[in-house]
Ligand binder design. Structure first.
Ligand SMILES: [Zn+2]
Length: 251
C-alpha cells in the first residue's frame, strides 16, 4: 500500500491523523541502524525531493507520547519514509497524530515559490537548485547572458507584490512530452505519478511541472532579495535568494 500524499492537495494542513502501516530499520553510515523508518497510510510530511528538504515534526501517539520525526524521504512503491529514533515503539495498525514543523515548512513553501518566480525573470535552463528556510538557490546555464542582482531583486519583488494565485493541475505524460519547453529544469526529470504530471501555475507568468509545496499566492512570499550571482563553471551561474529582513521591518 502506498502513502497518500496529503500535503499535495492540502499544503496548509499542519496536523492530521494517520495509521502506521509498517516500521523498519534504516541503515545509516557504517551499517549501523541510525534511525527507524515509519510508514503511514497518509502523510502531511513532504519527502526530500526536487531540491526541497524533507519535513520535520512530531508524531503523537494515542497514549500521549511525542515522537520526533527527524527527516522524511521517498521510499519504494509510492511509500513515504519518516525517520524516527529507533526507540519509537510504534507498531503497524496504531494511529498517530502527525504534526509538521510548520514554521520551517512554510518558509520552504515561500522560498520554493520565490524560486519559480526567479526562473521567470532569468529565462534560461535550470541546472540545479536547493531550497532552505533561510535561503534558496538556482543554478542556470546562462551562456553569455548576464544579470544585475539589484535589478533582478526589484523585478522579483514586483512579481511577489502582484499577488498572483498559485494553483496546480495534472496533465498526461503525452501532453508534457508534446510540450518539452514546459520543462525548465535540465538536471531533474519532472515527477511522474502513474502516467500523470503535476503542473504548477503561477497566474499567467509561470507554468511548469513540480511536485513540491507552494504558497497559495505570491504575496505570501514577502520581501526577498537576490543576495549573490556567482560563477559555477564557464556557463553556469548560481543565483542565491535570501529574505529581505530590512523590508520586513519597514512593513
Ligand atoms: Zn515548485
Amino acid at each position: 500500500m502506498s502513502t497518500a500524499l496529503t500535503f499535495r492537495e492540502l499544503p496548509y494542513a499542519r496536523e492530521s491523523l494517520a495509521t502506521v502501516l509498517a516500521t523498519t530499520g534504516a541503515i545509516g553510515e557504517g551499517g549501523v541502524v541510525a534511525n527507524s523508518v515509519v510508514i503511514t497510510d497518509a502523510t502531511l510530511f513532504y519527502p526530500h525531493g526536487g531540491g526541497q528538504p524533507g519535513d520535520q515534526g512530531v508524531f503523537i501517539t494515542a497514549d500521549g507520547r511525542t515522537l520526533k520525526v527527524l527527516d522524511t524521504r521517498k521510499g519504494d512503491n509510492g511509500q513515504v519514509h519518516h525517520l524516527l529514533d529507533p526507540a519509537h515503539g510504534l507498531e503497524a495498525g496504531q494511529s498517530v497524530t502527525q504534526q509538521i514543523d510548520w514554521e520551517r515548512r512554510y518558509a520552504h513553501m515561500r522560498m520554493h515559490t520565490a524560486l519559480h518566480l526567479l526562473s521567470v525573470i532569468v529565462p534560461h535552463g535550470v541546472t540545479g537548485g536547493s531550497i532552505g528556510a533561510e535561503r534558496g538557490r538556482l543554478d542556470f546555464d546562462l551562456g553569455e547572458a548576464s544579470f544585475d542582482k539589484d535589478e533582478l531583486s526589484e523585478r522579483l519583488n514586483a512579481l511577489i507584490a502582484a499577488d498572483y494565485p498559485v494553483t496546480s493541475e495534472w496533465i498526461s505524460e503525452a501532453e508534457l512530452d508534446a510540450h518539452p519547453e514546459l520543462v525548465k529544469t535540465m538536471s531533474v526529470a519532472p515527477p511522474r505519478d502513474a502516467g500523470a504530471i503535476r503542473m504548477v501555475r503561477i497566474g499567467d507568468v509561470d507554468y511548469q511541472p513540480c511536485g513540491g509545496t507552494h504558497v497559495a499566492s505570491t504575496a505570501e512570499i514577502g520581501p526577498i532579495q537576490v543576495a549573490s550571482i556567482k560563477n559555477r563553471g564557464a556557463r553556469n551561474r548560481r543565483f542565491t535568494l535570501v529574505w529581505d529582513e530590512t523590508a520586513e521591518e519597514q512593513a
